[in-house]
Design a binder for this molecule. Structure first.
Ligand code: ADP
Ligand code: MP5
Ligand code: MG
Length: 573
């Protein structure tokens, strides 16, 4: 479950920020001023759309798409749980492009860090120049910055090549207790990088170090640490506006807490947000901090507000930890986790799409409420008899039913169909199909368009569409339908004012159709054979209403129709 974000009741009164100060912030270099403005002015429909689709729609007018781009400036982790490798995976999973400037190469695994090999500062500068001068970076995320010199180089390059936002994860010591940055870097971070940052994301130990060794043991301590770090904030560069930086104090290491609690202090609104989610019981937490910061950066690059970005990042980490809690990689105390669970879920849902079997169209029974009423039958009895007699597919066509009654009946029929392994489709009513988890929907030409039905139902459901012409059949194929229903082939009382196609009309549509076809309209024991005798390969069966449901014994009628159809279709083959 997604952790809820809520405003803390203990939130201190807002200090208030003068409009002059806000103005100053918003007129700051467009490069770095990306502030926490939930639902902010300027966010607009495009951002809402971007957030919904997970991508910032940026087009250069020539149809070329600008992709959200995060540059991570961090260390390589040979075990690939943290550092550059985590950043690449996190950005990839969230749909952002990630370029990499490597500040150090570490030899590390699930036991700890065995070695650190810093990259020479001038070569860090060269990597930064290469990427920033050319590649259209939106957001820079920093991780392991092993020396003061690297911080200086980075700040210089960020001034030379401004970006839209800067996310600073002040990595100092790995969770295994190994030092990743010289102690002197704390001054460089505080005095040079923090003033340029939009958000800094220290864990408990890092927050404590930044604050000169202050003990941080409770959530209340995290609140005051967030505010104190914010106050440390911009000193050298933007000293005139000390309210810009957002501080996220992460509580992953607050071991007494049954929840994983992070405290976000919004520097511009002077407001606290307590982000809380269940603590996942797992050893696989190596790289959570790097991942969180990269996710924030990716979301900012996609156009989210800071609060949205932080919340999305926390949700991502929680979900990834939960789904990889039992993964076993390495023998040490802290394993990596799987960043791609969501993507894998999606791939699975697509590849596990229940294969629609066109042979199920052979004897396709469509219910009719008036007929059931006339014969005093419940819809479930009617469906059960049809299946027992040999129906291979059921469609519930309850044009005038009240929604609640329809859902109830459909749910009961679904249970029956499932137990016999016969697919059940709902006529028209996508909402009812969703409510009863039907196998699909059959729509007419003036009902919900097939692509919309598909986007609502997902890839695993069957969609049928009524077609009378080759053009409609072609469109059904393009739209991603699974089969078409073609008719009325013969005159019928079931559907008023329905033009009759005849066998010739049916044949024309079948020959043009790239989809399997079920014939419909006035078909029964007397003429079903004539349809199958056409011998058209994609004409897979007949849909019947009165021939089954307006008869005394549904079961007997179904049996006799089925035997006619099977004898002709095996003869036709
Ligand atoms: N066991 C866990 N279950 C759920 N979330 C966690 C867990 N451990 C850490 N987190 C979350 O992961 C993110 C990184 O936090 P933390 O582990 O404190 O940082 P770091 O990796 O820098 O030490 C935070 O959002 C934190 O709440
Ligand atoms: C190269 C590199 N960068 C960052 C971390 C911090 O990750 P964690 O806090 O999860 O150990 C790490 N261990 N290695
Ligand atoms: Mg960390």
């Amino acid at each position: 479950m997604a952790p809820a974000a809520f405003y803390s009741p203990s939130s201190p009164t807002r200090l208030g920020v003068s409009s002059e100060a806000r103005e100053l912030c918003s007129s700051r270099a467009p490069a770095t001023c990306w502030r926490l403005k939930p639902g902010s002015a300027g966010a607009g429909g495009l951002r809402a759309l971007a957030a919904a689709t997970g991508e910032m729609a940026q087009n250069d007018g020539l149809g070329r798409r600008k992709v959200p781009h995060v540059l991570t400036v961090a260390g390589s982790d040979s075990g690939a749980g943290a550092g550059i490798q985590a950043d690449l995976k996190a950005c990839g999973a969230l749909g952002a492009y990630c370029s990499t400037v490597i500040t150090a190469v570490t030899a590390q695994n699930t036991v700890g860090v065995q070695g650190v090999h810093p990259v020479p500062e001038d070569f860090v500068a060269e990597q930064l120049r290469s990427v920033l001068s050319d590649m259209g970076v939106d957001v820079v995320k920093t991780g392991m910055l092993p020396s003061d010199g690297v911080i200086k180089v980075l700040c210089g390059k960020l001034q030379e090549f401004p970006v839209r936002a800067i996310v600073v994860d002040p990595v100092m010591v790995s969770t295994s207790g190994d030092v990743l940055a010289a102690p002197s870097t704390i001054n460089g971070l505080r005095d040079q990088l923090f003033p340029m940052a939009d958000i800094v994301t220290p864990n408990l130990k890092e927050a404590s170090t930044i604050l000169g060794g202050l003990r941080l043991e409770t959530i209340a301590d995290m609140y005051s640490a967030a505010r104190s770090i914010h106050k440390l904030g911009p000193r050298s560069v933007f000293y005139f506006f000390p309210f810009c930086i957002n501080v996220l104090v992460k509580g992953g290491h607050l071991s007494d807490s049954s929840d994983a609690v992070d405290i976000l202090f919004d520097g511009i609104g002077e407001q606290f947000h307590e982000l809380r989610g269940p603590r996942v019981k797992t050893r696989n937490t190596h790289g959570t901090g790097c991942t969180l910061a990269s996710c924030i950066a990716a979301e900012l690059a996609k156009g989210s507000s800071m609060l949205q970005a932080v919340q999305a990042a926390k949700d991502f980490v929680e979900n990834a930890l939960f789904h990889s809690k039992d993964v076993l990689i390495g023998s040490g105390p802290q394993g990596p986790f799987d960043h791609f669970v969501k993507i894998k879920d999606h791939i699975r849902s697509v590849t596990e799409k229940q294969q629609f079997r066109s042979d199920d169209l052979l004897l396709y029974a469509i219910t009719d409420p008036r007929m059931n009423k006339r014969w005093g039958r419940s819809i479930t009895d009617a469906v059960k008899s049809a299946i027992e007699g040999g129906a291979t597919m059921i469609q519930l066509r309850e044009k005038d039913a009240e929604t609640r009654d329809f859902i109830e009946a459909a749910t009961a029929c679904m249970e029956i169909c499932r137990s016999y392994g016969v697919p059940l489709l709902i006529n028209d009513r996508v909402d009812v199909a969703l409510a009863c988890d039907a196998d699909g929907v059959h729509v007419g030409q003036s009902d919900m368009p097939v692509p919309v039905v598909r986007s609502v139902l997902g890839p695993g459901k069957i969609i049928g569409v009524s077609c009378k012409t080759p053009a409609q059949a072609e469109q059904a194929f393009i739209d991603g339908a699974d089969y078409i229903g073609c008719g009325g082939v013969f005159p019928t009382n079931t559907k008023a004012n329905n033009p009759v196609l005849g066998l010739e009309g049916l044949k024309t549509v079948c020959l043009a159709s790239k989809l399997p076809v079920v014939a419909i309209g006035g078909i029964g024991a007397g003429n079903a054979s004539s349809i199958m005798q056409l011998g058209i390969p994609n004409l897979k069966g007949v849909a019947v209403v009165s021939a089954l449901f307006d008869r005394e014994s549904i079961l007997n009628e179904a049996q006799s129709l089925k035997s006619q159809l099977t004898s002709v279709s095996s003869y036709a083959m």
